[in-house]
Design a protein around this ligand. Sequence first.
Ligand code: DGL
Length: 264
Amino acid sequence: MPQSILVFDSGVGGLSVLCEIQKQLPDYAYYYLFDNARLPYGKLAEDELISGAVSLITSVVNKLTPSLVVIACNTASTLILDELRQQIDIPVVGVVPAIKPAALQSKTKHIGVLATPGTIERDYTQTLIDNYAKGCRVSLFSANELVIIAERKLEAKPIKTMELERQLSEIQGTDIDVLVLGCTHFPLLKEEIQQIVGEKINLIDSGKAIANRVVALLSESPESRQNETDVRAWYTTQSINQALEESLTKRGFKKISPITELLG
Ligand code: DGL
């Protein structure tokens, strides 16, 4: 049986994590599941997010039997990891905002965390700050609109610079020297964000660290890799627009289908 990896997000954000994993493990089969019917997760009520995501991921895991699942969504990772681990018996890798490396890297000892409202307000993030950013001032910026802008980018729609500037305005003029992209959608806008905040601020995300973790967990049985890579995506809306389908095809997806085709 070839090894496969399931990557989950609310939308296209998880692609920023997927491509880091693919760089290190190009021969695995990849299944990308995105719950776009309920996007943005950053504004979803906690109960609704947990029950919907856990049951969706569990059903897909039972059907596709991947070797491992990556919750490539900070917002979902703040809530669902424990419950999901109780439901399925494969490794579950979550995403954590890169607060620890940011604090280590910062010279001004002032870092920023840019994330969805959900991630910003949860204890999960505060615990990371308490544990790993001692001696640093940490400014939190909630940026829900950036999720939508990243979605639009993958739909080949133009990015409105003014909208982006508005979302990032509070960061400008501070002495922040490291900004954590604490939502997997944001690395998809890295160049645009960098242009607005300037070169003095280093942008940092968790993609590579997640890929390293996946490699470490899978490295015990490399003999079961497959030669022909199978890369598929499933979404929870009934359809997606053609531009998004083209973007996904360009990123190597061979089949892109509504989840009903898999789960009925
Ligand atoms: N990509 C997700 C994250 O990392 C969230 C996007 C959303 O709000 O749906 O937090």
